[in-house]
Ligand binder design. Structure first.
Ligand SMILES: Nc1c(NC[C@H](O)[C@H](O)[C@H](O)CO)[nH]c(=O)[nH]c1=O
Ligand SMILES: CC(=O)[C@@H](O)COP(=O)(O)O
Length: 166
């Protein structure tokens, strides 16, 4: 289902876990900052709205989305971080550079999650143009930052369920 058919900011909040004690890292790419700041604000506010504490949320900036994977690994390896949200915006350019970035960061973030066993959320927009990015960072299709925050919360709930013995 394309974002155009489903708002990135509309989701079921039934059965969300208590995250008042959970600690989150939010990584933000410094490319396309008008977009990534909107993604950050969406993610940050959504975490607060669903029970996370401001003092339990740490922000880190990376030069570009390609660096999100290493930044995520550094945070995810910390004992006091429960989940990492990686935010970026890679707009298609004239060459295939965006493809290489997107594939690298998608695989890189996946690998960090699998290696650490912690939720590492892919909050990277990969639009064809600036308008598509704006539409997904608080525009007509919602905010992928909101979606990334809810995804982190839901995965922590699943983790708690899985590791709670009968
Ligand atoms: N063109 C975009 C980039 N490019 C920079 C890379 O992410 C990386 O920082 C560089 O290749 C050095 O390793 N990054 C974005 O996040 N968005 C873009 O549109
Ligand atoms: C992916 C980007 O937008 C940036 O690296 C510039 O890309 P290009 O050189 O292909 O226009």
């Amino acid at each position: 289902m394309a974002s155009a058919e489903k708002s990135l900011s509309v989701f079921s909040t039934d059965e969300l876990p208590d995250v008042s004690y959970r600690r989150f890292a939010i990584l933000v790419s410094e490319w396309n900052t008008d977009v990534t700041e909107a993604l950050f604000n969406g993610a940050y506010q959504t975490l607060l709205q669903h029970g996370a504490k401001a003092e339990h949320i740490i922000r880190g900036n990376v030069p570009g989305s390609y660096e999100l994977s290493l930044g995520a690994q550094w945070f995810a390896q910390r004992d006091d971080i429960d989940a990492v949200i990686a935010l970026g915006c890679v707009i298609q350019g004239e060459t295939k550079h965006n493809d290489y970035i997107n594939h690298a960061v998608a695989q890189g973030l996946t690998n960090v999650g699998l290696k650490t066993g912690k939720p590492v959320i892919f909050g990277v927009l990969t639009p064809n143009d600036q308008q598509q990015a704006i539409d997904r960072a608080g525009g007509k299709h919602g905010n992928k930052g909101d979606e990334a925050a809810i995804t982190a919360i839901k995965m922590l709930g699943l983790q708690q369920q899985v590791y709670t013995k009968f």
